[in-house]
Design a protein around this ligand. Structure first.
Ligand code: SF4
Length: 224
């Protein structure tokens, strides 16, 4: 892993002018099969998976299974795999029993940063150690911390390239694409959840304020 950005700028030079499909095509052309699409079963990933698999049917998709996802999320996972006849690669942290033994029960209440570090950040690091680039569903209007997200940039934290093809899409753009293509999506979105994470840390909300509501935490450490 290198934390120094490569000097070759051909990947990023005109990236801002590219459509989502063009960003994905460039990433596939340059990196597949050393390219991962991260899926956490948000509405953005419904779009990204569809776009990516049209370009490369064997594209690699991974998910982080924290063990405390909503039943609806696990069902969406199965539905997506069936629709696209693919299997998502899965990464997990330590077992919930071991976490409770080492750090106490309900770590998501006592120390959510540590819980995310164990159940999300460490498995993510393991996943990304296998590839040279990854693609995410981050959009600039999701949160102030995401406002400057480039469509393609160097991820110094993980030492690989990172693409956000939907960076300039709005929520309306996402839902238009989902409905026009009759895509599977997490049904929790229809019950007031704009952003969906683990059961213990997600409340219905019109934006990401439903994640870790009330304790000031805004990111799980995957993109910051
Ligand atoms: S979102 Fe909550 S339950 Fe999930 S890993 Fe983070 S702190 Fe733990």
């Amino acid at each position: 892993m290198s934390t120094t950005a490569p000097t070759d700028t051909s990947l990023t030079a005109d990236a801002e002018s590219l459509s989502a499909e063009e960003v994905l095509a460039r990433m596939v052309d340059r990196f597949h099969p050393q390219l991962f699409l991260a899926c956490s079963f948000q509405q953005e990933e419904s779009v990204l998976i569809d776009l990516l698999l049209r370009i490369e049917p064997n594209a690699r998709i991974f998910t982080l299974d924290t063990g405390v996802l909503f039943p609806e999320t696990y069902e969406t996972w199965r539905t997506m795999e069936q629709r696209y006849d693919t299997q998502f690669e899965t990464f997990r942290g330590m077992s919930l029993a071991r976490q409770a033994a080492d750090h106490g029960p309900e770590l998501w209440k006592s120390n959510p940063d540590l819980c995310c570090a164990i159940r999300k950040v460490a498995p993510l690091r393991e996943a990304l150690s296998q590839v040279d680039a990854w693609t995410v569903g981050v959009r600039r209007d999701q949160a102030p911390t995401r406002a400057n997200t480039p469509k393609i940039g160097w991820d110094a934290k993980h030492g690989i390239w990172k693409a956000a093809p939907l960076a300039d899409w709005s929520d309306r753009d996402i839902w238009r694409y989902i409905h026009e293509h009759d895509l599977p999506y997490n049904p929790l979105h229809d019950r007031g959840y704009a952003s969906i994470g683990c059961t213990h840390c997600t409340l219905p909300a019109a934006d990401r304020s439903g994640r870790w509501a009330g304790n000031g935490k805004v990111e799980c450490g995957l993109h910051g």
